[in-house]
Write a protein that binds this ligand. Structure first.
Ligand SMILES: O=C(O)CCC(=O)C(=O)O
Ligand SMILES: [Fe+2]
Length: 325
């Protein structure tokens, strides 16, 4: 009897502790949400992003100049050199910004991705998994301005990397008459809401002019919560013209594509996609990215958080109760 009593006492005490701990936990969560909200407001203010956030809300995209992102011309040129070298390694001929590929390129019968919409021959290729190439790409992926804008669109604490790519584009038909208009969130089933489930940062390593085949956007189309409605969307599209080094950030529901490049040479763009934690990454970074590389960048904690390493449910992270004997 004595022993039984003591077990009951013990159990009751443990329940009380758990209850108290639960309450503490709940308070902590509320405090955390408040802290996250405040730190998000603080970073938007301290980085001077109010204007860009307003444009994201209204138009679904914004263009941020290098003076605000803090990415210097030397850094842009370094990224460009690395990408030109990688292109040469994979394609088999030298590349330069001024003249493009030194040899004629043959894609065989490859029909392209967005080029399929208009049935034109691809005049670009994509390099993938940039963050495995060099630290400079990892630093760019966690650029504080880019991350603040992505976290604004996707929600802080839920923002993750989706993939890190580069478009190398030369003179040609681009995506043809359709402009390849699409939403990056297109793989997510409808209905969509206000929160971006995917969002994108396009770093323009070369100048974006109409001649150079810039990004095409339909301003405000992210509010329509639908895939582009064709062919009307083509008429509504406008070019995003901006200087070399600019960052174009946009909502996953924005209707966008690109105009064909009419001039000689190359248009080079780094396209870093982010996603909500509930959405599958395009590149399985949480499982396949070499973890040691994440330590070699300007902010390893931010990189690892956005990479989505150590997600719960991949091991026994939550405690189990103990049997009382
Ligand atoms: O500039 C382009 O070719 C389009 C870019 C694009 O669709 C993207 O980055 O998601
Ligand atoms: Fe896209």
């Amino acid at each position: 009897m004595r022993q039984k009593q003591s077990v009951t006492e013990k159990t009751t005490r443990k329940d009380d502790e758990n209850y108290l701990q639960g309450k503490k936990f709940k308070n902590l969560l509320i405090k955390n949400e408040k802290a996250i909200h405040e730190s998000r407001q603080e970073s938007i203010k301290s980085l001077g992003l109010g204007k860009y956030i307003a444009e994201l809300e209204m138009d679904g995209y914004t263009v941020v100049p290098p003076s605000v992102t803090g990415v210097s011309t030397e850094e842009i040129d370094h990224l460009t050199d690395l990408l030109l070298k990688k292109s040469e390694e994979l394609v088999g001929c030298p590349f330069s910004i001024e003249s493009g590929p030194e040899a004629e390129l043959d894609y065989g019968n490859y029909p392209g991705t967005l080029e399929l919409m208009s049935g034109v021959k691809p005049a670009q290729f994509q390099l993938m998994q940039l963050c495995t190439f060099d630290r400079a790409f990892r630093d760019l992926a966690i650029n504080p301005v880019a991350v603040a804008l992505m976290e604004y669109l996707i929600q802080p604490e839920s923002t993750r990397f989706s993939s890190h790519n580069c478009f190398v584009k030369w003179k040609g038909e681009g995506y043809g008459d359709s402009l390849g208009l699409h939403c990056d969130q297109g793989g997510v089933p409808l209905p969509w809401g206000r929160i971006s489930l995917n969002a994108n940062t396009n770093w323009c390593l070369t100048e974006y002019t109409m001649e150079n085949g810039p990004l095409a956007v339909v301003p405000g189309s992210h509010h329509r919560n639908s895939h582009p409605v064709m062919p009307g969307a083509i008429e509504e599209a406008i070019p995003v013209e901006c200087p070399k080094g600019s960052l174009i950030a946009f909502h996953g529901q924005l209707w966008h594509g690109a105009y064909p490049k009419k001039s000689d040479g190359l248009r080079i763009t780094i396209s870093n996609y982010y996603r909500h934690a509930s959405i599958s990454p395009q590149d399985d970074i949480p499982n396949h990215f070499p973890k040691e590389l994440a330590e070699d960048c300007s902010n390893p904690d931010t990189f690892k958080r956005l990479a989505g390493f150590g997600a719960p449910y991949q091991s026994q992270v939550l405690p189990v109760p103990r049997a009382i004997r």
